[in-house]
Design a protein around this ligand. Structure first.
Ligand code: 13P
Ligand code: SF4
Length: 348
């Protein structure tokens, strides 16, 4: 008998409709098993406004909890089993630096709108809202960048340069219309020497987990599994995505696995993203097709959330001891605006 799982089940029963447990697809199987809702970043954000439960527990990284807090109803509380789990990429864009760069870009006199990847802090989302921009996720980055280009002549996309390049490729924005900003601790390095007149300006951040995948991994997978299909998350480098057959958000990759299992039984699918998800898909479809990870890739931050920590936070909620996530008052409205703009553009 798994006592942790049983204890969680007992608290879920006790709290009933007062509790909703949400989990990102990168959570491990033991945690996912307890989630009432699992999804990619977009689906998790979309579902929050429709949840009636008084308490939401978000199994994922910090920015996902912040987004849930922004979209929660008044009086609803959001709790994180592990508040120290923080997306490594979101840490690559300190808000003070982002503000300085936006100020420097404003000095050029160009009309530039920011688009912030959901994997960023609440303060960066607030700054984005303040500057008339919006948030996006990997599932809707193409729609949101197209939206931004209808509003301004230039866009700064932050902080994931790889996602930015991949979306630019889909939108047909050539390389010579993009520029990865050169930034140091004080802001843009010698702004006059940088091509800031380009259509798409990219913050020089990346996910160190997805950036690990290299083009030769794709080539090796093709010779190891002849005839295989390869799909990857668009946080991978553009050179990797160029060699893949498909790319998309974690939910896209889940749909892709189901599609391959149904339409091409006996075939092989190689997936380039976090391994907890790839292993789950391999297990789910093992009777129909073979699913392999492109390479070893575990997100250490997502892995900080465990079944034990989930139990701990649930015990705190049941005992009225759990400290909910709190959003700084002055950031709430502008950050919420940048998120609701995304939901409005993409349909709630
Ligand atoms: P999704 O938006 O596809 O869920 O991805 C979030 C993420 O952190 C990927 O590394
Ligand atoms: Fe952040 Fe990368 Fe982990 Fe996703 S996989 S949560 S982008 S560090």
């Amino acid at each position: 008998m798994n006592t942790t799982a049983d204890a969680i089940a007992a608290i879920k029963k006790e709290l009933g409709r007062d509790l909703c447990i949400m989990g990102h697809h990168y959570q491990n199987d033991a945690v996912i098993a307890h989630c009432d809702i699992s999804g990619d970043s977009l689906e998790l954000a979309r579902r929050v406004p429709h949840i009636d439960a008084a308490h939401i527990v978000l199994c994922g990284v910090y920015f996902m909890g912040e987004s849930a807090s922004l979209l929660a109803r008044e009086g609803q509380t959001v709790h994180l089993p592990e508040p120290d789990a923080d997306c490594l990429m979101s840490a690559m864009i300190p808000v003070r630096l982002a503000r300085r760069v936006l100020e420097q870009l404003a000095l050029t006199g160009r009309d530039i709108v920011p688009v912030a990847y959901a994997n960023s802090s609440l303060a960066v989302k607030a700054l984005t809202g303040e500057y008339g921009g919006a948030v996006c996720t990997s599932a809707n980055a193409e729609i949101m960048l197209a939206w931004a280009f209808r509003r301004a002549e230039g866009v700064i996309f932050m902080p994931d340069k790889n996602l930015g390049h991949n979306i630019a490729n889909r939108l047909g924005i050539p390389e010579n219309e993009r520029h990865v900003l050169r930034i140091d601790g004080r802001g843009l390095i010698e702004p006059a020497s940088q091509p800031l007149d380009r259509k798409l300006l990219l913050w020089p951040g990346a996910c160190s987990i997805h950036a690990r995948f290299r083009p030769e991994f794709v080539e090796q997978a093709r010779s190891r599994y002849p005839g295989c299909r390869i799909a990857a998350h668009p946080e991978c480098r553009q050179e990797v995505i160029a060699l893949c057959d498909a790319a998309g958000s974690t939910s896209f990759l889940i749909r892709e696995a189901a599609r391959v299992a149904e339409s091409a039984p006996g075939s092989a699918l190689v997936i380039g993203t976090e391994e907890n998800l790839v292993r789950r898909l391999a297990e789910r479809h093992r009777d129909k097709c073979d699913i392999f990870p492109l390479s070893h890739a575990i997100c250490p931050e997502m892995s900080k959330v465990t079944e034990e920590k989930l139990l701990n936070v649930l015990e705190g909620i049941a005992g009225n001891r759990s400290e909910p996530l709190r959003v700084a008052g002055n950031l709430f409205e502008p950050a919420r605006l940048s998120l609701t703009r995304m939901l409005e553009v993409c349909g709630k």
